[in-house]
Write a protein of this length. Structure first.
Length: 167
């Protein structure tokens, strides 16, 4: 298999509804290995998201601004199609606990069937984020939890509270 380009580049796809410090941890770790990391934010017709695509992208951009080599882009449809159009052959996924494994394993092998030239690489976050998910944060905030700044940036919490409680 040939390397697609000289500069090492990877795509980190996800829904990011909203971005958490777990995602940011993976982005930074990926950036230690790859010159360029494109964070690809899914339109996601299947999953109902709390935030719109534009809102999720704006938060990702704000959270990663200042990290040279990291950019954020939307994608529609199959992730392998997006990765291929970028002429990239590495996709990053984060692995938290064993519970992530089955789904991620299935998806990685399905994506490999769709395009054998694209490899999925799994990265583990720092243990303080290994139980953190966007879903958990949305549930906690929905039930009235505040002070979530050890899990999400303050500006994300503000938007989350506003969205959930129209404050
Ligand atoms: P999905 O793409 O499955 O809708 P997310 O947008 O929440 O899920 O996450 C994108 C990627 O980041 C996935 O690979 C997911 O496993 C990973 N991820 C999510 N939260 C964390 C975390 N706290 N630590 C490490 N990886 C994470």
């Amino acid at each position: 298999m040939e390397r697609a380009s000289q500069t090492s580049r990877a795509v980190y796809p996800g829904t990011f509804d909203p971005v958490t410090y777990g995602h940011i941890d993976i982005i930074k770790r990926a950036h230690l290995l790859f010159d360029e990391v494109i964070v690809a934010c899914a339109e996601n017709a299947e999953k109902a998201t709390l935030f719109t695509l534009e809102e999720r992208i704006a938060m990702l951009r704000e959270a990663t601004e200042g990290i040279a080599g990291v950019s954020v882009e939307p994608f529609y449809g199959l992730v392998v199609d997006f990765v291929r159009t970028k002429k990239i052959n590495v996709m990053i996924r984060g692995l938290r606990m064993i519970s992530d494994f089955e789904y991620e394993f299935q998806m990685a092998l399905t994506n490999r069937r769709l395009d054998d030239t694209i490899e999925t690489i799994f990265m583990m976050p720092s243990e303080q984020y290994s139980f953190l998910s966007s879903k958990l944060i949305k549930e906690a905030a929905g039930l009235g939890a505040t002070g979530l700044v050890s899990f999400i940036p303050a500006f994300v919490e503000e938007r989350l509270q506003r969205k959930l409680h129209r404050r």
